[in-house]
Design a protein around this ligand. Structure first.
Ligand SMILES: Nc1ncnc2c1ncn2[C@@H]1O[C@H](COP(=O)(O)OP(=O)(O)OP(=O)(O)O)[C@@H](O)[C@H]1O
Ligand SMILES: [Mg+2]
Length: 314
């Protein structure tokens, strides 16, 4: 059984577009995937593809529009609706998130010791001595000196702050962590250190990650399997090595061959929402598109064991 299994998840944002016309952004549009125990699933795609929305919806930090989320076999959307407190409490404890911005996500008025032990307190762990011991163990686990315990976040660099965020996420012994671009704002050399830390923690603590990045190289370094996302949909999903050496989807091939620009997406998305509503979301950018691609959105289908692609070419 998978630790977390997401089925046909949809997250639509409604807002007001030009001339007060209501607009709908299908940020996540029918995504199904799972993450096993001790596994890292990488989620890659350019800006605006819906990665953060998917990651947050998977933790119910955003309310999904439709679909289901099974965590450890329990339907969490159901648990939320029916106010199943024990199930929600377990989920809040066992599923955590690490954000991209190491500057905005730590309370500047709290000392590091309190920041990383506070989740424990919230979840009912009592006793100053116990909390301090746990905090010191966490600092060691993420490679920070014990002296950090009595220091405020401002004294730390971006990479060190990210270690603090990781320690905080780990404090209540989660089994699943959504890491949303956790190294993207850091220098390359620091990125490598942190990616290694994520791996080390997985080996020691046995956690699973949904590891989000717009950079395929980052994801390939850390993930066992990779899902490629584009405008709300999963285009391809495979074991990392297979995805890198034998990509099938034209979009995956594009990601592998270049680093697509950010603003291009916006134009393409407009094209997509104006009059191109049924076909493949990648159609406007695809060099290999056929007639059917304009009209029918391809399902994600398994073409060889563990390798799925959403493309009419296969
Ligand atoms: N709160 C919101 N309200 C309305 N639209 C939103 C909201 N958050 C995200 N969106 C839109 O949903 C789409 C997906 O955004 P999301 O942030 O999930 O993408 P992303 O892949 O994480 O991008 P990035 O790489 O820039 O972080 C985008 O078109 C974005 O503009
Ligand atoms: Mg994001």
């Amino acid at each position: 059984m998978s630790l977390i299994r997401i089925q046909d998840l949809k997250v639509y944002y409604t807002g007001h577009g030009l001339f007060r016309k209501q607009s709908v952004t299908k940020a996540v549009d029918g995504v199904s995937l799972f993450v096993n125990d001790h596994e890292t699933l990488g989620l890659v795609g350019e800006s605006g593809s819906g990665k953060s929305t998917l990651g947050r919806a998977a933790l119910l930090l955003i309310k999904p529009t439709a679909g289901s989320i099974l965590f450890d076999g329990v339907d969490m959307m159901n648990a939320a609706v029916h106010k199943n407190r024990p199930a929600m409490k377990k989920f809040r404890r066992e599923a955590q998130i690490v954000f991209q911005d190491p500057y905005g996500s730590l309370n500047p008025r709290m000392k590091v010791g309190k920041i990383i032990s506070d989740p424990l307190r919230v979840h009912g762990v009592r006793g100053r001595k116990v909390l301090k011991e746990k905090a010191l163990r966490l600092l060691e686990l993420v490679g920070l000196p014990a002296s950090a315990y009595d220091t405020y976040p401002y004294a730390f660099s971006g990479g060190q702050r990210q270690r603090i965020s990781i320690a905080r996420a780990l404090s209540i012994g989660p089994r699943f962590i959504v890491a949303d671009e956790p190294v993207s704002s850091l220098d390359i050399s620091i990125q490598a250190q942190l990616l290694n830390l994520f791996k080390e923690i997985q080996e020691k603590e046995g956690v699973s990650y949904l590891f989000i990045s717009h950079d395929l190289r980052t994801v390939a370094f850390i993930a066992h399997r990779v899902a490629v996302m584009y405008l709300g949909r999963i285009m391809e999903l495979a074991q990392t090595k297979e995805l890198i050496t034998g990509p099938l989807h034209p979009y995956t091939k594009l990601l592998l061959s270049s680093i697509p620009s950010k603003d291009r997406r916006t134009t393409e998305q407009k094209e997509q929402t104006n009059g191109h509503e049924h076909g493949c979301v990648f159609y406007p950018r695809c060099g290999l598109a056929k007639d059917i691609c304009m009209d029918i959105s391809p399902d994600l289908k398994e073409v060889s064991p563990g390798h799925s692609v959403a493309c009419h070419l296969y």
